[in-house]
Ligand binder design. Structure first.
Ligand SMILES: Cc1cc2nc3c(=O)[nH]c(=O)nc-3n(C[C@H](O)[C@H](O)[C@H](O)COP(=O)(O)OP(=O)(O)OC[C@H]3O[C@@H](n4cnc5c(N)ncnc54)[C@H](O)[C@@H]3O)c2cc1C
Length: 476
């Protein structure tokens, strides 16, 4: 690179952390501004927003109604498998997907949709393996998803499938991101609430933020907007003629529960729902995330297409809690015991209100929104699924490099090498015991149960010893 540019990344969720890491590795100086305050000097205040409750690295099976959503998720899943060390997935290596009989009986051909979708995923996998043999990570394409006999103890099963979807432990991911941010030299400033971003006449960007009640300004060569619900509004203010897709924001409640002893934890269960259904996703040795849409889906709104602001009542509930939180939690647990015997006897550890962003009002449709070019040298990532995080971070890096080439700060010849440098997989922890001790600090920082700091597989201890009730897809 001819001149080392300063890049400012706004928002320290998974999107912002990866944008910062990839840009820094490619040779830029990077400042990451995150609104959340650090609760410990030992841990950056990252992944405290939607990224702290993510459970699943989706494989596409969750989207039987829209082949493009399924393909997008599968691509993300594949790239994530190569980018993150196995540790983040813990011992879980597959998901069980149930198509409900009641849905079929009420006239939705959910079985047919699921079977068609299994073929969509198989075809996508076959195509990706043909493009690059290194993608052949889940065994033979015709076995990557398959129908299995109906599992015992679950009511309302039309058909059951296994897919290569895996759960991810957000605390483990966050600790790894923190390590990588430090290793590659990203400057992270917590407690920095960005209030304005503007483009100056020389093409650089002025970012204003408030830190400890003091207004501050920093000027950078390029900016990446990764502030989730605030990103569309920031992008629109910067470029009023920017074409943005319709943006929907949904207020959701998920629960962490303490699973009874001797529960099999090595898989995720997903029940495809219309007005019912739900998910059980074990996260750590004791704790699972549970999700039951009729109780979890509190409200969905299309945001104002001029301001793109988070709805005021959502802001209020995020700050003060939701009045129905307890009833909704009880309803979720009560209903889920019908499908997941594992949940019997489980106790709620914590409930979390979060906002999901989408480009439609249907949670069964989630195509990748990609990375937007807001203005020369400014990108915006609206990450609809964690699953698509690495795919999008690479696109963000490519956009940054294209801008550097256009402004004469980088050579076209360097492009491929710098992309390759930026996207090198994240290495497992270098000092395993120090890293393991730090997981608890991250759980506290992220506001999630400390039990998540006991992942399925500890670094340096391959093999979880957990029961595999369905043969591993990787070995099939
Ligand atoms: C209930 C629920 C369940 C989900 N489950 C899954 C799942 O199982 N699998 C999956 O793939 N995806 C899932 N998702 C989606 C996933 O959580 C998101 O796609 C992903 O976490 C978004 O990452 P992000 O970095 O864009 O946002 P965030 O993690 O929200 O990060 C945005 C960051 O920007 C910061 N910020 C905001 N404004 C400012 C500002 N003005 N100045 C400075 N910083 C600012 C915030 O503090 C935050 O840290 C789920 C979402 C929800 C709501």
């Amino acid at each position: 690179m001819k001149r080392t540019e300063l890049h400012i990344v706004i928002g320290g969720g998974i999107a912002g952390c990866l944008a910062a890491i990839m840009r820094r590795r490619a040779g830029y100086r990077v400042l990451l501004l995150e609104r959340a305050e650090a609760r410990s000097p030992e841990a950056h205040p990252i992944c405290t927003g939607a990224s702290n409750i993510v459970s699943e690295n989706h494989s596409g099976a969750e989207y039987p109604f829209d082949p493009q959503s399924a393909r997008d998720c599968f691509d993300g899943r594949l790239v994530n498998e190569r980018f993150f060390p196995d540790l983040v997935f813990g011992g879980k290596d597959y998901s069980r997907v149930i198509a409900s009989r009641a849905m079929q009986d009420s006239g939705t051909d959910i079985l047919g949709q699921c079977r068609d979708n299994m073929r969509v995923i198989q075809d996508r996998y076959a195509q990706r393996c043909a493009e690059d043999p290194a993608n052949a990570l889940f065994g033979a394409p015709d076995q990557v998803c398959r129908e299995i006999p109906a599992p015992d103890g679950i009511s309302d099963v039309g058909a059951a499938f296994v897919t290569p979807q895996r759960g991810i432990n957000p605390v483990v991911v966050t600790a790894l991101l923190d390590q990588e941010l430090r290793r590659c030299g990203v400057e992270v400033r917590g407690g920095a609430d960005v209030t304005d971003v503007s483009r100056r006449s020389d093409g650089t960007y002025q970012v204003e933020y408030v830190e400890d009640g003091v207004r501050k300004t920093v000027v950078g060569d390029q900016v990446a907007l990764c502030a989730a619900t605030e990103t569309p509004a920031m992008a629109r203010r910067l470029n009023p003629s920017l074409a943005l897709p319709p943006i929907y924001m949904a207020l959701r409640q998920i629960l962490f529960v303490d699973l009874p002893d001797r529960t099999t934890r090595n898989y995720t269960c997903l029940k495809l729902e219309d007005e019912y259904g739900g998910m059980l996703s074990p996260f750590s040795r004791d704790t699972a995330l549970v999700y039951y849409p009729p109780a979890a889906h509190i409200a969905v709104r299309r945001v104002d297409p001029t301001t793109y602001a988070l709805p005021d009542d959502f802001r209020h509930f995020l700050r003060n809690g939701h009045p129905e939180a307890t009833e909704r939690a009880q309803l979720a647990l009560r209903q889920l015991t019908q499908w997941y015997p594992e949940v019997r006897g489980a106790e709620v550890v914590s409930a979390h209100l979060k906002v999901a962003v989408n480009t439609t009002d249907s949670s069964r449709l989630r195509r990748n929104a990609g990375v937007l070019d807001v203005a020369p040298g400014c990108t915006a990532t609206v990450l609809l699924k964690w699953t698509m995080c690495v795919v999008n971070a690479q696109r963000d890096l490519e956009a940054a490099l294209r801008h550097s080439i256009a402004t004469g700060n980088a050579d076209r010849d360097e492009y491929a090498e710098l992309v390759a440098r930026g996207t090198v997989p994240i290495a497992p922890p270098s000092d395993v015991s120090a890293w393991r001790r730090r997981l608890r600090i991250f759980a506290r920082n992220m506001g999630v149960p400390e039990a998540l700091a006991a992942p399925f597989v500890d670094a340096g201890e391959p093999g979880s010893g957990l029961a595999h009730t369905v043969p591993s897809l990787a070995s099939s």
